[in-house]
Design a protein around this ligand. Structure first.
Ligand SMILES: Nc1ncnc2c1ncn2[C@@H]1O[C@H](COP(=O)(O)OP(=O)(O)OP(=O)(O)O)[C@@H](O)[C@H]1O
Ligand SMILES: [Mg+2]
Length: 481
């Protein structure tokens, strides 16, 4: 386990101070925070930190100015610079001033906590002893530094010190439950229980009994008074997972409990006061369910005080490799052989469409850690693990590259095409792609139109007409390579 020390975090964004401060405290460091150069100077004297983490753009000046003087006066101090000005210039200036490390914003929290451990002199030994609860869980459990995830972190930071209801939205496997756990375990209720209930996993008729508890004899099999999830979560957080699957009657009852702050068990009559923070999650589109009279609008407003929308993994491709390495690292921490990714494997990970999101990536990396005999995971090994339809047997990347290129093209065309009602995107795209395909196929079969038509799966007359339309000369195609 890394050494602990004292850390001063300087950033004018209170959200960053809270999140970074909390992550470092969880690793056992003593942390103070400051929002300006003036506050920083005061704490440098009174708090004498081992590590100074400082932002560059501060309200009362340039945070880098003065760093050289601070280091001159305190040579043992390590300085880590954070900056949203992701320019090479900032990185260079930071190095010139004697900074130990420079992290461009948005940064990854685990990377930051690791930099602090490094700065304190005990390098994080990946293949050394693993202690229970070691990295990465003593940092923040959420990995990713894409802008979309930074936005999620900022929202999380804002809700840690209050009890506002939170609605976590996102596709299956995007990390909704992880976010709920993070909010609880970093927030002011962390010493109290975190209780989760999944509406989709419990028979509908038992949901109310599970949530609110029941009295002895309330229904067949109710042998003794049993506390519901609300009472179990007393003082802590109740996570209502898959809220979109909650039956209407239970919704009505839930709303009443949220409004009154009191729970009455099934079959009971004496209400019990409950104090719980509610975090709900769903992968459904609740406004649509409201339209269909399957979700109560008033309950929706009650739950959706602070929405947190988790991006799908394909919308934050810059995080895929980070996450993949994180899961391989975690597998290694759990005693499995350490595996690394070859370049062609990382390319494949980037283009794949990740229907199962982070969960799918995590499962894949775990399987690779267990099953693969090689220590370096190649594109070929990876390709064999991806579903057949995602990856053509011979080579995966081109089809995905094409899909990616088409999506990109369509987006740009739509941006450009506003106010151009005569656009025909479909024909435009086909006019680009189809002649390329025809030329390739004809070249492969040496210009033989019958074989080409067979390979393309169209009849020969259609092929001939297309060639004429595109102005392609089949005789010349025979000569291309
Ligand atoms: N940003 C992340 N960093 C690290 N691990 C993550 C991240 N997001 C998700 N995971 C991991 O991926 C898996 C799926 O996450 P989680 O169960 O929170 O998803 P979910 O959105 O609740 O999915 P579902 O809708 O299917 O219940 C978990 O094992 C979780 O630890
Ligand atoms: Mg979930």
């Amino acid at each position: 386990m890394a050494a602990t020390g004292t850390v001063l975090v300087v950033d004018d964004d209170p959200a960053i101070c809270v999140v970074v401060g909390e992550a470092l405290r969880r690793q056992g460091h003593k942390v103070k925070t400051a929002g300006s150069i003036r506050e920083r100077a005061a704490l440098m004297d009174s708090f004498t930190p081992d590590v100074l983490i400082t932002d560059v753009m501060l309200p009362d000046g340039d945070g880098l100015e003065g760093v050289a003087d601070i280091i001159a006066a305190r040579p043992a101090l390590s300085v880590i610079i954070l900056s949203a000005q992701n320019t090479l210039n900032t990185a260079i200036r930071a190095t010139e001033k004697g900074a130990f490390e420079y992290l461009p914003k948005p940064f990854d929290l685990n990377e930051l906590t690791r930099a602090v451990s490094d700065a304190l002199g005990t390098r994080y030994e990946a293949d050394g002893e693993t202690e229970a609860g070691g990295l990465p869980h003593d940092g923040l459990p959420l990995v990713g530094r894409s802008p979309a995830m930074q936005e999620v972190y900022r929202t999380i930071a804002r809700v840690l010190s209050n009890d506002l209801s939170i609605l976590v939205l996102g596709e299956s496997g995007t990390g909704k439950e992880l976010v709920a756990e993070a909010i609880h375990s970093l927030g002011q209720r962390r010493t109290k229980p975190f209780v989760a209930i999944n509406m989709a996993a419990i028979p509908r008729e038992l949901i109310e009994a599970e949530l609110f508890g029941y009295e002895k004899g309330a229904f067949t099999g109710a042998h003794a008074r049993t506390a519901g999830k609300f009472e179990q979560a007393q003082g802590g957080t109740l996570f209502l997972d898959e809220i979109g699957d909650m039956p209407m009657e239970a919704q009505t009852r839930l709303l009443r409990v949220l409004q009154s702050g009191e729970v009455t068990t099934v079959g009971g009559s004496k209400p019990v006061r409950v104090n719980v923070r509610i975090i709900a999650a769903t992968n459904k589109h609740l406004p649509q369910l409201i339209e269909e009279n399957r979700f109560r609008q008033d309950l929706y407003y009650r739950l959706n005080v602070v929405p947190i929308a988790l991006p799908a993994l394909r919308e934050r491709r810059e995080d895929v490799i980070l996450l993949a390495r994180h899961f391989l690292e975690r597998a290694a921490q759990e005693g499995l052989p350490r595996k690394t990714l070859a370049d062609d494997a990382t390319q494949l990970l980037m283009v794949y469409h990740w229907p199962g999101n982070v969960r799918e990536l995590q499962n894949m990396m775990q399987r690779l850690a267990v099953l693969s005999r090689e220590n370096v995971i190649t594109g070929e090994i990876l390709r064999n693990m991806l579903p057949m339809d995602a990856v053509p047997a011979d080579y995966a990347a081109p089809a995905d590259h094409l899909a990616y290129a088409v999506r990109d093209w369509a987006k740009r065309q739509l941006g450009v095409g506003i106010g151009q009602p005569n656009r025909n995107l479909h024909d435009d795209l086909l006019a680009v792609i189809e002649p390329i395909l025809l030329q390739e196929v004809l070249a492969t079969v040496d210009g033989n139109q019958i074989r080409a038509a067979g390979l393309l799966g169209i009849n020969r007359n259609t092929l001939r007409k297309k060639l004429t339309d595109y102005g392609l000369d089949p005789l010349q195609l025979r000569l291309t390579d």
